[in-house]
Design a binder for this molecule. Sequence first.
Ligand SMILES: CC(=O)[C@@H](O)[C@H](O)COP(=O)(O)O
Ligand SMILES: NCC(=O)COP(=O)(O)O
Length: 238
Amino acid sequence: MTKLSVNINKIATLRNSRGGDVPNVVQVAKDVQRFGGEGITVHPRPDERHIRYQDVFDLRPIVYTEFNIEGNPIKQFVDLVLRAKPEQVTLVPDAEDAITSNAGWDTIKHRDFLQEIIAEFKNNSIRTSIFVDPDPKMIEGAVKTGTDRIELYTEEFATQYAKGNKAAVEPYTRCAEIAGELGLGINAGHDLSLQNIRFFKENIPGLLEVSIGHALIAESIYMGLENVIGQYLKLLKD
Ligand SMILES: CC(=O)[C@@H](O)[C@H](O)COP(=O)(O)O
Ligand SMILES: NCC(=O)COP(=O)(O)O
């Protein structure tokens, strides 16, 4: 069973474009859950260009599915996560000026740092996941950090699949097999969409969760949020 976590960053982007509180991110998160979404993902960035740190505290009491907070574990972010106590934290090595996440962790080079930070989150009963490229060495490195899960960075798959290159899923399949053998849980995300999600899911053994934001919100402009979430849930069924 693969859970759908809906990333609501883009709702905050729209709100922030005008100031004020329309659309209201808390109401959208409530509706996502009412429509069957199995988790809420946010990725607060240091410049708060979409999700603000305050949004995280406003969302915490209403998220009754699974709250997943993503970000680069700078001190400000670590403090936020420890205070909000989400069900899951996903660590992403994104540069401050990056438009969006654009790389996974080098789990070998940053092993000591990741080990320390992951231990702190786990001591606080927060499940950990780390964002990684589909490279077997990075998966083997990930297990040594003590993380519960990995999140496979799917941008390359999505780009290639859109061009008709279905073989692009193969490194992800291989890494999922390795992760499974090593006892790591498997999440995935970035540029997943109604077009590519079924094929991706079918080729990834043990896929526990996908977090989807950009495409899902864009698709909802044409088809409506409830309808789109329903379609994802059907496509993610075993
Ligand atoms: C880790 C990941 O792939 C997504 O969370 C992505 O970072 C979304 O963030 P933006 O909405 O800022 O692009
Ligand atoms: N972790 C990936 C995520 O939350 C959503 O990424 P995207 O669908 O906005 O590319």
